[in-house]
Design a protein around this ligand. Structure first.
Ligand code: NAD
Length: 355
């Protein structure tokens, strides 16, 4: 199979972790007989420095005409004083919007060798393997009207939570599809006891379930879900929810793992999907060969599965990560006494060798 991948290394540790993922992808190509062709594109601070905009047209063009996009991270103190429209992070919003990425997929998986890194007890988190599917382009964050005005003589701020049936149906379908490829259980999270948008959400989710008779659908209120994630996270497999609930729950689920350098993500929906680690550009360790590349490598594994349908290759990468951690190899962020400290490059090479 031949695939074209646009690489957007970005800023800070972005270039280091993307290079690590490429090391592993190259190994996958040899081992499974595929060809990956890479194009590099600028976004974020790197694009601001070169072209004066966070997301150049050239980058969008490359993304639109490739089979998948792998992004490192954007941002850093150098561009913090920039006005809102010239912030590096605008590139992320632009990519989501222009590529039509309405579904954000965030796995929270506990690697057995790292179970003690969680703030929760080992017996609560060991074996946790959750995917949070978050609606990304609707709801409270985008609803109009939104703004500030004077009411009854005092300033008020207001936002609108709004979802159309088609917006709910497409994200719920995407989640059913993912659940179908996993343990065939989907939990739809809402606040249907209070919110009209949630009542619509629940009705559409229930109707959509008829298209997926092999997947078991359950519903849960968001406040209960946030409690259950800490009380008994193992009860969940795939969770689907609207934008703001998903923003909060995906961070909560992610932190069950206790290590930001391990968390992958995918944004799907359009013809081209975007894969990126959850972490930022970590300016404090940039350029020092200290960054943990595993989140980006795991994001590349998601790309193999979701964009290219290469489940075997994806599983091989996941398995390689587990094996490397099982051997006690660690980057600085997850290093504990008795384990072996590697740099960013060394970790990527170790995972590639295991593939
Ligand atoms: P951050 O995720 O960059 O860093 C938080 C802490 O985690 C730091 O101590 C950092 O060293 C550590 N860390 C993060 N990733 C790591 C890795 N792979 N290996 C080892 N340690 C790692 O968050 P921040 O400091 O709040 O943000 C820094 C910059 O990144 C800001 O400009 C922010 O806007 C940007 N940011 C970008 C994205 C993105 O591109 N998707 C996401 C979040 C933040």
């Amino acid at each position: 199979m031949k695939k074209t991948i646009t690489l957007i290394p970005g800023d800070g540790i972005g270039p280091e972790v993307v290079a690590g993922a490429v090391t592993v992808l190259n190994r996958v190509a040899v081992r499974f007989g595929h060809t990956f062709e890479y194009r590099t594109a600028l976004a974020g601070g790197a694009a601001l420095d070169a072209h004066g905009v966070p997301l150049p047209d050239d980058t969008l063009g490359k993304c639109r005409t490739s089979d998948a996009v792998l992004l490192g991270a954007v941002g850093g103190p150098k561009w913090d004083p920039n006005p809102q429209h010239l912030k590096p992070e605008r590139a992320l919003l632009g990519l989501r919007k222009e590529l039509g990425l309405f579904a954000n997929i965030r796995p929270a998986k506990i690697y057995a060798a790292l179970a003690d890194a969680s703030a929760l007890k080992r017996e609560v988190v060991e074996g946790v393997d959750i995917v949070v599917v978050r609606e990304l382009t609707g709801g409270l964050y985008f609803g109009k009207p939104a703004g500030f005005e004077m009411r009854n003589g005092e300033p008020v701020g207001f936002n609108t939570m709004i979802y159309s049936e088609s917006e709910v149906r497409r994200i719920v379908r995407a989640a059913f599809d993912i659940a179908r490829k996993r343990s065939k259980r989907l939990c739809s999270v809402d606040k249907a006891n209070v919110l009209e948008t949630s009542q619509l959400w629940r009705r559409v989710a229930t109707e959509t379930a008829a298209e997926f008779p092999d997947v078991e659908l359950s519903h849960m209120y968001v406040d209960n879900c946030s409690m259950q994630l800490v009380r008994n996270p193992k009860q969940f497999d795939v969770i689907v929810t609207e934008n703001m609930f998903g923003d909060i729950l995906s961070d909560e689920a992610a932190m069950l793992t206790g290590s930001i350098g391990m968390l992958a993500s995918a944004s799907l929906g359009g013809t081209v999907a975007l894969y990126e680690p959850v972490h930022g550009s970590a300016p404090d360790i940039a350029g020092q060969d200290k960054a943990n590349p595993i989140a980006t490598i795991a994001s590349a594994a998601m790309m193999l599965k979701y964009s290219f349908g290469l489940t075997d290759a994806s599983d091989a990468v996941e398995h390689a990560i587990e094996t490397v951690l099982g051997k006690g190899l660690r980057t600085g962020d997850i290093h504990t006494p008795g384990t072996t400290l590697l740099g960013s490059k060394g970790m990527a090479e170790a995972v590639a060798a295991e593939v």
